[in-house]
Design a protein around this ligand. Structure first.
Ligand code: FAD
Length: 392
């Protein structure tokens, strides 16, 4: 019997398994991940998990019964250490092996680590897994936690800043670029969001370089900036981006370049090996150039594309990339990819507080961004057109 093995049981891997079955795939499916928990959603880890008094529970991607009912062998707490492409086998960390006919790499990404003096001090946090979020939640609740410093004004950093300021902390966000969310949103949206968070009490320091950390014993007590400024800190969250988990693919000789390189069917340089989600980089018809997109929507879309290719089904119709964020009462939503635009139209209202931004390249609507306008999403999604059509 044909066997598809999926390495990584996050949202990409789990959706690939589910879509293979939905497409009528009759072979064996092994869904393998190194984490202990039932596959769970990451977005709540920087939102609901950091708020409220009740002990948070993981949000499962599918209930356990789903895997049993669909004959998907879910293997948890199992790490894969090698792919043998010649023998078509993968090796687990305990030395056991299993064979595959088709392999899907859904290995995700890992937080980029700080590389400055004092980066290993206690009190410096990263956020990716359940345990990270539980640790951050507990640290924020500590009686001695007053001054919170967020390094990196990306989406995750701003979400943690929102949760911390809601808890009455003194919050400073330090960013090396000139504005927040510079990688994923237009200045119109980031200015709106930054102003709202500033009004809520968050202090922003832009164009600042981290020089190192001040210590009180083994604990952090300050963040030292390149210009000589010292920012008091009881807790630091580093949200400085993520690097794709490509070590297995690289060691197996698959082509990698800031992600595992894939074609439009999510095939790697080995036609029987696919890569999807945060670890994959390839074309996206909504923007020129190769892209690696770190969103839930992208992980699900790419899982569907790979599953269609494996089942010899037609590639799903393209839909614009999208992401959302919850920031201090603001529902931020983006459609398309905010790159390659030359015209910005933005409409803001104060009461109710809302924003709609259109990013255009000539006549083409490239991307939209909204704050507090969820009802506009389906209309806007239809208006966005691809940058290029990929040959079928
Ligand atoms: P992952 O979720 O990282 O899953 C990969 C899995 O593979 C991991 O469990 C990993 O441990 C496992 N693995 C890796 N290597 C091996 C190996 N060798 N052997 C076994 N297992 C292995 N996106 C949004 O669109 N909206 C949001 O609001 C949002 N909020 C977020 C908040 C946080 C805190 C984080 C961290 C991310 C957020 N994202 C959000 C991004 C989104 O969660 C990711 O894009 C998505 O989880 C990617 O899914 P994935 O399956 O590709 O990777």
């Amino acid at each position: 019997m044909d066997t598809t093995v999926i390495i990584g049981n996050g949202v990409a891997g789990t959706n690939a398994a589910a879509t293979l079955r939905k497409n009528g795939y009759e072979g064996a499916i092994k869904l393998i991940g190194e984490e202990v928990a039932l596959p769970y959603q990451r977005p709540p880890l920087s939102k609901a998990w950091l708020r409220g008094s009740d002990r948070p529970q993981p949000t499962p991607i599918r209930p356990l019964s789903f895997f049993q009912d669909n004959n998907i062998e879910l293997m948890r707490a199992r790490k894969i250490v090698k792919i043998d492409r010649t023998k078509r086998r993968i090796r687990f960390s305990d030395g056991k092996t299993t064979k595959f006919d088709t392999l899907i790499l859904a290995t995700g990404a890992a937080p980029r680590r700080l590389d400055v003096q004092g980066a290993d001090l206690k009190g410096i946090h990263y956020l990716r897994h359940l345990g990270d979020s539980a640790g951050l939640r507990q640290a924020l609740a500590g009686a001695d936690c007053n001054d919170v410093v967020i390094i990196g004004a990306g989406v995750i950093g701003l979400e943690v800043a929102s949760a911390a300021v809601e808890q009455g902390k003194t919050v400073t966000v330090i960013e090396s670029a000139a504005r927040a969310m510079a990688r994923v949103a237009s200045p119109a949206t980031t200015n709106f969001v930054t102003q709202s968070l500033t009004d809520a009490g968050v202090k922003f320091l832009f164009n600042k370089k981290i020089e190192g950390f001040g210590a009180a014993g083994h604990r952090i007590c300050a963040v030292n900036l390149g210009d000589g400024t010292e920012v008091k800190a009881d807790l630091v969250l580093a949200g400085i981006g993520a690097t794709p988990n490509v070590a297995l693919a690289e060691a197996a000789g698959l082509e990698c370049d800031n992600g595992i390189c894939v074609d439009q069917d999510m095939r790697t340089s080995d036609p029987k090996i696919f890569a999807i989600g945060d670890c994959a980089r390839g074309d996206n018809i909504y923007a020129p150039g190769k892209l690696r997109i770190e969103t839930v929507h992208n992980a699900i879309s790419q899982a569907q594309i790979a599953a269609a290719a494996i089942c010899n089904k037609e590639r799903p119709a393209p839909v614009p990339p999208r992401f959302w964020s919850d920031l201090k009462g603001m529902k931020v939503q983006a459609l398309g990819i905010a790159a390659g635009y030359d015209l910005v139209r933005s409409d803001a209202t104060q009461d109710p507080s809302a924003l709609e931004v259109h990013l255009k390249c000539g006549d083409r609507l490239v991307a939209t961004e909204t704050v507090n306008l969820p009802s506009r999403q389906s209309t806007l999604a239809k208006a966005i057109s691809p940058a290029a059509l990929i040959d079928a």
